[in-house]
Design a protein around this ligand. Structure first.
Ligand code: HEM
Length: 130
């Protein structure tokens, strides 16, 4: 039986494993490493704080998380398929490492955020014909 997500160390393990997989994914790896040119030393701690806030109500993450995705979308259009792929990799990473109430919760929180951003960004990307 796998353990549940219980603390910051578990979140760090999840986030590190997740982005290692993302970077190996042809499409998303290219977006993170070549298009956005992510500074991983900055990004990873931000993500630990983000998920710690979502799962355990810890302070530490400050910001407007949709913003970098809007900026990225103006460099390279993001589609619902990108978000879907992101979510599949996220769910697989959780399932490979953890199980329990928090593991279930983190997947459902990620899904809600991914679906809502995919919807907003896709809506913005539609051409408006008057
Ligand atoms: C197509 C899917 C996605 C792509 C390509 C993507 C890409 C990125 C990139 C390039 C950044 C900026 C990193 C940096 O330069 O520091 C970022 C930041 C971030 N992403 Fe995503 N992301 C995706 C989906 C998601 C989802 C679904 C979530 C949440 C469930 C999420 C949460 C965040 C957060 C919290 C940040 C940090 C925001 C800040 O700077 O405060 N991302 N993402």
């Amino acid at each position: 039986m796998k353990k549940d997500l219980e603390n910051r160390q578990d979140i760090e393990q999840l986030v590190n494993s997740f982005y290692a997989k993302i970077r190996q994914n042809e499409t998303l790896g290219n977006i993170f490493d070549n298009i956005a040119q992510v500074n991983w030393e900055n990004h990873l701690p931000k993500m630990y704080n983000f998920w710690e806030m979502i799962l355990f109500g810890q302070e530490g993450y400050e910001g407007f998380p949709l913003r970098p995705h809007l900026m990225l979308n103006s460099l390279h259009q993001l589609t619902p398929q990108h978000f879907n792929e992101w979510l599949i990799i996220f769910n697989n990473t959780v399932d490979e490492n953890f199980e329990g109430d928090k593991a279930t919760e983190v997947k459902s929180r990620a899904k809600n955020i991914a679906l809502s951003w995919a919807y907003k960004i896709n809506f913005m990307n539609q051409e408006v014909v008057v």
